[in-house]
Design a binder for this molecule. Structure first.
Ligand SMILES: Cc1cc2nc3c(=O)[nH]c(=O)nc-3n(C[C@H](O)[C@H](O)[C@H](O)COP(=O)(O)OP(=O)(O)OC[C@H]3O[C@@H](n4cnc5c(N)ncnc54)[C@H](O)[C@@H]3O)c2cc1C
Length: 439
């Protein structure tokens, strides 16, 4: 490839989007095989969500992984704005808008947390559990604040443990899944000793924190900021818990926007739409691979094994002596069995619409209440009539909520994939739209 061709400013044999556990593992294998690797990540440092830097200091596994990279460059603070024709990406970073040409593209874009609307969720002091965890890891002061952690799924345990370690008074951990579902899940841990140990460690870190099992958040209340949270349990009983902050979350959602803009097939996996891949991590688009949580939420270890598989598949395409490692495939199968058990134990609540009041804002960027949305025929009509999903987050929260609650087809993604400066917008040509996603 010629770097001066048609305005292409960067090129690499392998371009990896996302430098979390998945992207780093793929980069290690591909660069060790002598391939030219370029990694891009929107975050200021490599590591992704689980190995996020603490107050600017890289997590130990990240430092080790970066030290092992041979022929790899990392552009941090650099986001892919969109996919362009001819195996090219438009990126946006400290050097402004640039184009990157790839021969093999690896999508390792991870997941984001699912935060659902409920009365009072826009009050100051209400956070996504993972978002608050990230803020606190970045140095945001939480010491001595009383925090209720609530919602559903194992991420709540990790978030609560981080908050407690940083000095928060975690006044409770409210899990929606009932005792029977939790007991079934606990039994499934017997087949997964690594996860059992992790759960035991998190449990030990949370000793003394009240476990409020089978209770769901129905409202956050307070005068100008959250002061208490109302929970509802079996038979409609309610209880109110005083707190300075609520950290809430209902699992994770794969980030598939870039894959969609490339035309990759998407299907439900582990309870949410994810990029479809084969055993070598190939997507439905030639030359494009996907690894980690964008292919289904299954944890950091699964992300790592998928990264290894993709790295070997790409290296094997130029050197027939390289084969897919059977060990990585076996371990991935085990991680996926666990991910399926998590998805069964902590599903998206089916009764969400009952928690919304007429004036509950479903789209908090554009202040669109539930009453303006529930009579709409589909997402497109809802967007046109109310501006829902046209704000800063581009529908990442409200469109998922509505697609899930109302069983509406999801909308095609549009460039740019995230808010971008004008110079980046000007570099985007007319772009064909994508297939609609399954609900
Ligand atoms: C908020 C949050 C908190 C979490 N906390 C924990 C925890 O405490 N413990 C735990 O075990 N698991 C946690 N998880 C789950 C954990 O993220 C995964 O298991 C693991 O990090 C997945 O690795 P990955 O490489 O697939 O994705 P990630 O680690 O998420 O990495 C994906 C990377 O892709 C980058 N990216 C995405 N889109 C673009 C784009 N368009 N352009 C450029 N870069 C892009 C992101 O900046 C990110 O760094 C958390 C997840 C979330 C969403």
């Amino acid at each position: 490839m010629n770097e001066s061709d048609s305005g292409v400013e960067l090129q690499a044999h392998v371009v990896i989007v996302g430098a979390g556990p998945a992207g780093l593992a793929a980069a290690q294998v591909a660069s060790a095989a002598g391939l030219d690797v370029l990694m891009l990540d929107a975050a200021p440092q490599a590591g992704g969500q689980v190995w996020r830097a603490r107050q600017g200091v890289a997590a130990e596994p990240v430092a080790r992984a970066l030290a092992r990279l041979a022929n790899a460059r990392l552009l941090a603070g650099t986001r892919v704005a969109t996919a362009l024709p001819d195996r090219t990406l438009l990126i946006d970073g400290p050097a402004g808008a640039r184009r990157v040409r790839w021969n093999k593209l690896v999508l390792a874009t991870g997941a984001r947390e699912r935060l659902l609307p409920f009365p009072g969720w826009t009050l100051p002091g209400v956070f996504g559990a993972g978002g608050l965890q990230a803020l606190v890891k970045g140095g945001w002061p939480i010491a001595r604040r009383s925090v209720l952690v609530a919602g559903s799924g194992p991420l709540l345990l990790a978030a609560a443990a981080t908050l407690r370690r940083e000095g928060a008074d975690v006044v409770g951990l409210a899990e929606e899944a009932g005792p029977a579902a939790l007991a079934r899940f606990a039994r499934s841990l017997a087949a997964h000793p690594r996860q059992a140990l992790q759960a035991w460690r998190l449990g030990a870190a949370l000793l003394g924190v009240p476990a409020i099992v089978g209770w769901r958040v129905i409202a956050a209340e307070g005068d100008g900021r959250v002061e208490r949270v109302v929970l509802q349990g079996e038979g409609g009983r309610t209880r109110t818990i005083a707190c300075d902050a609520l950290a809430a979350g209902w699992g994770l959602l794969p980030q598939t926007e870039l894959a969609q803009s490339l035309g990759c097939a998407i299907a439900q996996r582990f309870g949410a739409p994810a990029i479809v891949v084969d055993g070598a991590q190939r997507t439905s688009v030639d030359g494009v691979y996907a690894i980690g949580e964008c292919t289904g939420v299954a944890g950091a270890a699964a992300a790592h094994w998928q990264g290894e598989l993709a790295g070997h598949a790409i290296a094997g395409a130029v050197d027939a002596r390289v084969h897919l490692p059977k060990r990585s495939a076996r371990r991935l199968t085990r991680e996926h069995a666990f991910a399926a058990a998590v998805a069964r134990a902590f599903p998206m609540p089916s009764d969400w619409a009952e928690r919304l009041r007429d004036d509950t804002l479903v789209c908090r960027c554009e202040d669109v209440p539930w009453s303006a949305l529930r009579g709409q025929p589909d997402l497109r009509a809802a967007k046109l009539a109310t501006r829902c999903g046209m704000g800063h987050c581009q529908g990442r929260l409200c469109h998922d909520t509505l697609a899930t609650l109302m069983h509406w087809p999801r909308l095609p993604v549009r460039a740019p994939l995230a808010p971008a400066p004008l110079a980046t917008l000007l570099a985007i040509p007319e772009h064909p739209s994508d297939e609609e996603l399954p609900t």
